[in-house]
Design a protein around this ligand. Structure first.
Ligand SMILES: [Zn+2]
Length: 300
């Protein structure tokens, strides 16, 4: 009995306990966060997790990750040319005439092959996730469908051998003349803080969508995309987010309603394997299309 009382008092006053192994949270330095650009964050990976300035809007219930089983894409490593060749972006001429286009969708396939970081550690089979390749693949899958559905889009960065090209993305969208109102959709995958070249905490996963702080049209747009993305994937719902300071470049500098989708964490090993599957990519592309069609039908 006395022993139990002493043990209780010890716990109460923290005597003889190893505080470093109990409740101390894991902390990361900036060096542990992939490609941190503190003054100019480009996506969720650049700001780490759970910073206090982030406003999270819980528009949907939390849905847990469901694993699936299908093959993984093989992405070849390609040699980079020395020069960046600029390709003029073009808008489409939709095939379907049954739908009257309502907006011009400026499609931003975040980053390029020359962007440092923005890739997963290597999986045991040697495969690896590159964010530029994923973002372009999702946009490519979407463009085919948008042609067929009769929706107007503007592919902002057809180039692959390019760095982040942030100013170019934004100025192409801003200077594009269009009779239809423009909406800006930036497509990304996320990364959680982790030591260089290592997988992140496996509990961090899921999808979130960002909008420009206090912009209600952006908030509405983000909520529609987030709803469809969670419905399609059944992944963890990280909700829609914005932050008052250090907002993402493409949300801050675009002269139109803009959002940025973060489609899963590529440095979460389990989610990385999912993101490399063609069927999962198609689901993510389809969810973006479903959101676009909801907005094309109902308007903003
Ligand atoms: Zn990104």
């Amino acid at each position: 009995m006395l022993e139990k009382l002493f043990a209780f008092l010890k716990r109460l006053f923290g005597i003889g306990t190893d505080s470093s192994s109990t409740s101390k949270p894991t902390t990361y330095t900036d060096k542990d966060v992939p490609d941190v650009l503190p003054d100019e964050p480009q996506d969720g990976a650049d700001i780490g997790i759970d910073t206090t300035e982030v406003e999270v809007v819980r528009e949907l219930e939390v849905i847990e990750l469901l694993p699936s089983i299908d093959p993984i894409l093989e992405i070849p490593e390609i040699e980079l040319p020395g020069e960046i060749v600029i390709i003029e972006p073009t808008e489409n001429e939709p095939v379907a005439k049954s739908h009257k286009p309502r907006y011009l969708w400026c499609l931003d396939n975040g980053h390029g092959k020359k962007t440092a970081g923005k890739r997963s550690p290597k999986l045991p089979d040697g495969s690896q996730f590159f964010e530029y390749e994923f973002n372009r693949d999702i946009v490519k899958r979407m463009m085919t469908q948008l042609d067929d559905l009769g929706v107007k889009y503007f592919n902002l960065v057809p180039e692959v051998d390019i760095d982040n090209y942030l100013e170019g993305r934004v100025s192409r969208a801003n200077s594009k003349s269009s009779i239809l109102p423009k909406l800006y959709l930036s497509i990304h995958a996320n990364a959680a803080p982790a030591p260089h070249g290592k997988w992140s905490n496996p509990t961090i996963s899921g999808i979130e969508t960002w909008y420009y702080h206090n912009n209600n049209r952006g908030k509405k747009l983000a909520a529609i995309f987030q709803k469809h993305l969670i419905e399609a994937t059944n992944w963890k719902n990280r909700h829609i987010k914005s932050r008052a300071t250090k907002q993402f470049y493409v949300l801050k500098k675009t002269g139109m309603t803009a959002i940025l989708t973060e489609n899963g964490f590529y440095n979460n090993e389990a989610q990385c394997k999912e993101l490399l599957k063609p069927s999962v990519r198609q689901k993510i592309a389809d969810a973006h299309i479903a959101a676009i069609m909801e907005i094309e039908t109902k308007g903003m």
